[in-house]
Design a binder for this molecule. Sequence first.
Ligand code: CMP
Length: 222
Amino acid sequence: LRDFPLFEHLDDEYLAEISKLCTKCTFLKGESIFFEGDEGDELYLVISGVVQIYQDNRSRDVILSIFREGDFFGEMALLQNERVRSASARTIEKSTLCVLKKRHFIPLVKSRPEILIGILGTALDRLRDANNLITDLTILDVRTRIARMLLRLTEQHGVPSADGMLIDLKLTHQHLADMMGTARETVTKLLLELQNEQLIRIDQKKIIVCSMDRVRNMLDSH
Ligand code: CMP
């Protein structure tokens, strides 16, 4: 738990107390964790793996966010009056999660309000991202949207590599389409275009952004 930004200021003794209250669960690749509308009384901390938060709208999924080690989710059903999940959660890779029950979580945040301030700060960062996404989806064309998505993914999941910024996630074209609100075929076509223009490279299903500047230019020239 030490690696969670949420808990970084807590002393070892207190962290040990929290980990005693958590249950570790492993989910296989593609396994559902919960569904939108379910009653929820658990907070999830991602120890390893990759989890997508999504809403499914009859015809296709919309991916709202992707979480990995050090991230948490499920706080909304715990803290909101509605008590139901606002979106569904499913693994993209096999994942190990720490699960904290509401009956343990509430006394914890009452005794250490700084944890709640951390959760609120993260939730507001997510709201800011969601606002930006709404604006992108409303006004940008698909080519500009893919540039924006690549920048967002490099900010959140990028690691420097020999020939650019590697987005350290194995995402299918369908995942990318569900993140930018378009069809899979459109993503396939756009990725090919960007590869031909040598803006990106694909290596073992991971995208490497070869020139961050040129991707930024795609936004500026819009
Ligand atoms: P909850 O509503 O309990 O279950 C779904 C979780 O997904 C939610 O809590 C948040 O932790 C997370 N979540 C919901 N919407 C977003 C979003 N727009 N961006 C990032 N995370 C979200």
